[in-house]
Design a protein around this ligand. Structure first.
Ligand code: ATP
Ligand code: MG
Length: 315
């Protein structure tokens, strides 16, 4: 079972519009609502891959109740932590040419008791979890050290932690010793405070984050693939995608692919890349099912191409 933790989840409402005109009344031609937030996305990808998953998240108000119901409909057990505030609603406007305009709400502020409630929800389920995936930004009310505390408590309970976050929340959590972190190139560049232009730069940055406490680093590099740096060595994998439809949630699908394949070694890396490549071939934030995967398209090597320039250097 993969337990996911999403401290700041959302209901994602998408409106399709003929066009976005400032100051006008816009009429949607279609609309939908989906569960959102990074850890929730990982849970959606784990469920789509056919594995058991439980999503821990603060949930409040009618929006929180709807979030729990939508998760249940996807086969995800919602472990909602009741809060006084209301779960945020994020809005995406989609134009016919695929242009996305997003409005992200800050989300409710969590009280100290509510933050403790999230720890309790994780603790009571951690003994049955193969991995705990902690993902996304922290809501107001949680200190940057909150993930570090969650990592320390979960390790005491014997669980393995995967962390996908950025900025202060990431750097503060390194000292807790997360078992794997999954930064993208920008998040990695920000964490080490220098630009990354080649795969070799990414390897050096990943090694630095390991020295600062991360046990392994799965760096996702968009179209350039992924680099895994762990105690057994470094591995690099890519998969060619001819038609990219949407990269929304590709990183979350990758992390799900990595964890469901065991969370270490070149086989798990290949699964991460297969899931990322499949996710970008699907529309919106749709998560791949086994039939969407093409494992034969993934090339994995322990000869990391250090001099290869990134197609999208960071920053
Ligand atoms: N244009 C692309 N072509 C081929 N594969 C891609 C492309 N974009 C993403 N991928 C695959 O998906 C993986 C994750 O993508 P990316 O590095 O963009 O994650 P991310 O920035 O964390 O995304 P998010 O947080 O939005 O889910 C990549 O490592 C790669 O395997
Ligand atoms: Mg990401």
């Amino acid at each position: 079972m993969i337990l996911t933790v999403t401290p700041n989840p959302s209901l994602d409402r998408t409106y399709e519009l003929p066009g976005v005109v400032r100051g006008a009344v816009l009429r949607a031609t279609a609309d939908r609502v989906d569960p959102g937030g990074k850890g929730v996305n990982v849970a959606r990808a784990v469920a789509a891959a056919g594995h058991r998953t439980v999503a821990v998240a603060p949930m409040g108000g009618p929006e929180g109740a709807l979030l729990a119901r939508l998760l249940g409909e996807l086969g995800i057990e919602a472990a909602g932590v009741p809060i006084t505030g209301s779960t945020r609603v994020n809005v995406t406007l989609v134009e016919p040419d695929g242009t996305l305009t997003k409005i992200n709400a800050a989300g409710p502020e969590l009280s100290a008791d509510e933050a403790e409630g999230v720890f309790d929800a994780v603790r009571s389920r951690s003994s049955t979890a193969d991995w705990i995936a902690c993902c996304g930004s922290l809501p107001r009310g949680l200190a940057p050290e909150w993930y570090a505390e969650l990592v320390a408590r979960s390790h005491r309970a014997g669980a393995r932690i995967a962390l996908d976050t950025s900025g202060d929340a990431l750097t503060a959590a390194l000292a807790g010793g997360p078992d794997v972190i999954k930064p993208n190139a920008l998040e990695l560049a920000e964490a080490v405070g220098r630009p990354l232009g080649t795969v070799g730069d990414v390897l050096k940055a990943a090694e630095e984050l390991r020295e600062r406490g991360a046990r392994s680093v799965l760096a996702s590099l968009g179209a350039d693939g992924q680099l895994l740096v762990e105690a057994s060595g470094a591995y690099f994998a890519t998969a060619r995608v001819d038609a990219v439809r949407s990269n929304v949630g590709a990183g979350d699908a990758s992390l799900a692919g990595f964890l469901t394949a065991g969370g270490r070694g070149p086989g798990a890396l290949a699964s991460a890349v297969a899931h990322g490549a499949a996710a970008v071939r699907l529309a919106g934030s749709l998560m791949p099912a086994p039939a969407d995967l093409d494992p034969t398209s993934v090339v994995t090597t322990s000869h990391v191409p250090l001099d290869r320039a990134l197609t999208e250097p960071a920053p």
